[in-house]
Ligand binder design. Structure first.
Ligand code: GLN
Ligand code: ZN
Length: 758
């Protein structure tokens, strides 16, 4: 008999009750004991739900008070020195201090969990010796057993992954750190074994990346040590997000089960199994239900896949499971009341995925006849979406096929455009500008709410937005900026705003997923062919331009960013989706140009987020991402200046691609990359217009003139002064009113000093 398993369940709750509890506790509105009680209730509910659906291997210790990597660090007492932690169980004040900072100590860095939109807290191995503070997996296991009688499967971040994701130590110290950590892991596992735990899931997603020979050696040491010290505990060595590298080494490890991703790593993992077989003494965790996507699985296809897999493993050694933790998908489709029927019918969030796992497990064990009704229902739901008008727009498909067959190129190369544009715009040396948004004050948010609730008419709301634009156009002139923006007051979010106006998008009411800590996002769903309906930004931009003699930059979100921050359909490739978006946005660019806007910024902060984990796939992705940007922007006149903006650091290895986007000006976040970016521009002799952000907008601190002057001088040693712009790192929408004005004033002063010098 095959078994069913889940690798992790969302923490946030169907109503985001987890988020609400955390925030209430942080705000001092919830006593600590009550807080623990609320979180326990949420946690137990999630376990009950999985039991009710019939899942055999229910994960425990996947729940967290913030982040599971931070939990692992806290379990080992790995607390940065600046938090003056004295040993013992880590108090919540220290735990949340690391995650969010305190008044005396900055928070630990947060970074993307592989190629997902989830961010974990980076452990800092800063020298203090690790020691177990409490056996968290054991506590979670006991709780499930005592409260619910559930025989849970503790989930633990594996030692190799934990080490590779940590920072603060030199590569040469890796073995030392492993020697320190390994005995602690062993003790955790031994205690689990003596408690009677049958299976643990040890997550090693690092194994889907290219690991070195040294790490492979470490991997062997780790699992041989476990096998020798805890022989009676079953270990499921779990990988996800891609196919494993080093398949034969991994399946030869002395563990009882290997978990593979048969969704995102399907072809690699399947090929490995077929060519190299699967060890007869091991259990295979077959991750066939997509833990990251929102679509209903085709049960038919999954059964065929499981049948292929079953040639290499007997059904009593097969576990049907999700491809990764369900952390990355919303909780349930049930409460969605306003989606198109054919869309809703084709969605499966976490709870619906539990059902899919169960159905497949049943069919594998007892033959497919047992789910014949469900098979049929599933196929007809998928067919309905496939046939829907939204997915079959010939106009879009033909236009996109024809323009994507061309090489999108501006009429003139940058060197010539640049002169023509300089001539037209007559900008001073080091033109100053901002990234687009100005503070979204309580007043702005309130106005939007009133309008959304219907208490304000469209006219009232539009009037309010115009007043904000008036105010900020005046302020920008007074401050002395050279290129103005309208301020983006009408936008809550840079993706949602466009998604609501383009065809092919849908918005859920409750489709939240955790992004980091208590922060949740509700990504739009691109489910149909994307199409331009009507101008989206022209009115506000034109209005702002009518109020000033200075140029106003139009402001759009680029195709790749819109795509990477949405859930997307899977019947066509991401490349195709990007081109559809590009074609739609191109029409907006053209509409702006026609309305007399001669500078247009197309933001692409999220290009890096879509970078494939496998190195060999990265170049191809970057090539079509660049092409999509060029498709969006290539049809404008020579005099029209195309800007773009990128942030979230780590662009230093992508500069060739950034250059290939061929934007006349790029503004890029610099402050947080500590000069690394400047260095890489030096090496690459970037030839287009560029504004390296001169101050960090993530902090309320007002940057001093000298700081920015230093930054400017540093940049000018590397970049051609004629191509250099001066701007903040990113949009200012989260900043306060006064501090924004003061900071920009200082920025303009620093610019004037630089102009006098050069
Ligand atoms: N134009 C957007 C803004 O200023 C850019 C935001 C971003 O890069 N994330 O808010
Ligand atoms: Zn930005």
């Amino acid at each position: 008999m095959a078994k069913s398993s889940v690798l992790g369940y969302p923490r946030i709750g169907a109503d985001r009750e987890w988020k609400k509890a955390l925030e209430a506790f942080w705000a001092g509105k919830l006593e600590e004991s009550e807080f623990h009680g609320q979180l326990q209730e949420i946690r137990l509910n999630h376990l009950r739900k999985q039991r009710e659906k019939g899942i055999d291997c229910i994960p425990v210790n996947d729940f967290s008070y913030y982040d599971h990597v931070l939990d692992t660090a806290a379990m080992f007492g790995i607390i940065p020195k600046r938090f003056s932690y004295k040993g013992g169980v880590v108090p919540l004040s220290v735990y949340y201090g690391i995650a969010r900072g305190t008044k005396d100590a900055t928070a630990s860095e947060m970074t993307k969990w592989f190629n997902t939109n989830y961010h974990y807290i980076v452990p800092e191995l800063d020298g203090s010796l690790p020691a177990i503070t409490e056996n968290r997996p054991l506590i979670a296991y006991r709780e499930a057993k005592e409260k619910l009688g559930i025989e849970g499967k503790p989930v633990i971040v594996g030692p190799l992954t934990f080490l590779k994701l940590s920072k603060g130590y030199k590569a040469s110290e890796t073995d030392t750190w492993l020697e320190r950590l390994l005995p602690l892991y062993v003790r955790i596992l031994q205690e689990l074994a003596s408690e009677g735990v049958q299976w643990v899931q040890i997550d090693e997603p690092i194994l889907v990346t290219a690991i070195s020979a040294d790490d492979l050696r470490r991997l062997k040491t780790i699992y041989e040590t476990f096998a020798a010290s805890v022989p009676n505990l079953n270990i499921m060595l779990q990988t996800y997000f891609e196919s494993v590298e080093n398949y034969s080494d991994i399946v030869a490890l002395p563990v009882q089960g290997i978990g593979l991703d048969f969704v995102h790593g399907l072809s690699g993992n399947l090929t490995s199994i077929k060519e190299l077989g699967f060890p007869a003494d091991k259990v295979l965790g077959a991750g066939v239900i997509d833990g990251r996507g929102i679509w209903k699985a085709s049960l038919r296809e999954k059964l065929d896949l499981l049948e292929e897999v079953a040639e290499f493993v007997t059904s009593d050694r097969l576990i049907v499971q999700t491809s990764c933790s369900l952390l990355h998908v919303p909780v349930t489709v049930n409460n969605e009341a306003s989606l198109l029927t054919e869309l809703k019918g084709a969605l499966a969030f976490a709870d619906e995925k539990l059902e899919e796992v169960i159905l497949l497990t049943k069919a594998v064990s007892s033959g497919e006849a047992i789910i014949v009704d469900e098979l049929e229902k599933c196929e007809s739901a998928l067919q309905a979406l496939k046939r829907s008008g939204e997915r079959n727009r010939n106009d879009v498909q033909q236009a996109v096929a024809s323009i994507s067959a061309q090489n999108p190129e501006r009429h003139l190369p940058f060197s010539e455009r640049h002169l023509i544009q300089q001539n037209k715009w007559q900008l001073p040396l080091f033109p100053t500008t901002t990234i687009g948004s100005f503070p979204q004050s309580a007043e702005v948010r309130k106005a939007r709410q009133l309008w959304r609730k219907g208490e304000w008419t469209n006219e009232q709301y539009a009037g309010f937005i115009r007043e904000q634009i008036d105010l900020w156009v005046k302020l920008q002139e007074e401050i002395g900026l050279d290129v103005l923006v309208h301020g983006e007051f009408e936008r809550t979010d840079m993706v949602e705003f466009f998604g609501e106006k383009l065809a092919g998008f849908a918005f859920t009411q409750n489709g939240w997923v955790q992004s980091y800590g208590s922060r949740c996002v509700k990504p739009p769903i691109i489910f149909g062919d994307v199409a331009f309906n009507e101008a989206m930004t022209v009115e506000e931009t034109k209005y702002a331009q009518s109020k000033t003699e200075l140029p106003v930059k139009g402001m759009l979100t680029g195709p790749i960013t819109i795509m990477n921050w949405s859930f997307v359909r899977e019947d066509i490739t991401r490349e195709q989706i990007a081109y559809q978006l590009a074609y739609a946005l191109r029409q907006e660019v053209e509409a702006l140009e026609q309305a007399g806007i001669g500078m247009i910024q197309v933001d692409e902060p999220a290009v890096r987020e879509g970078l494939p984990l496998k190195e060999q796939e990265q170049a191809n992705y970057l090539a079509w991402a660049v092409k999509a940007f060029r498709m969006t922007t290539c049809t404008v006149q020579d005099t029209t200046q195309i800007h773009t903006h990128m942030c979230y650091c780590e662009f230093h290895d992508m500069i060739d691609s950034i250059e290939a986007m061929d934007a006349d000006v790029i503004s890029i976040e610099t402050s947080r990359s500590h000069g690394e970016l400047i260095q890489s521009f030096e090496l690459n002799t970037y030839k287009l217009g560029i504004g390296l952000g001169v101050y960090d907008i993530h902090s309320p601190r007002i940057p001093r003139v000298e700081e920015m002057s230093n930054m400017i001088e540093r940049v000018l040693r590397v970049l051609d002064p004629k191509l250099f712009w001066i701007n903040p790192d990113c949009g200012l929408k989260t900043r306060g009113f006064e501090e924004t004005i003061d900071s920009l004033r200082n920025m303009v002063k620093a610019t004037q000093i630089a102009r006098a010098k050069h």
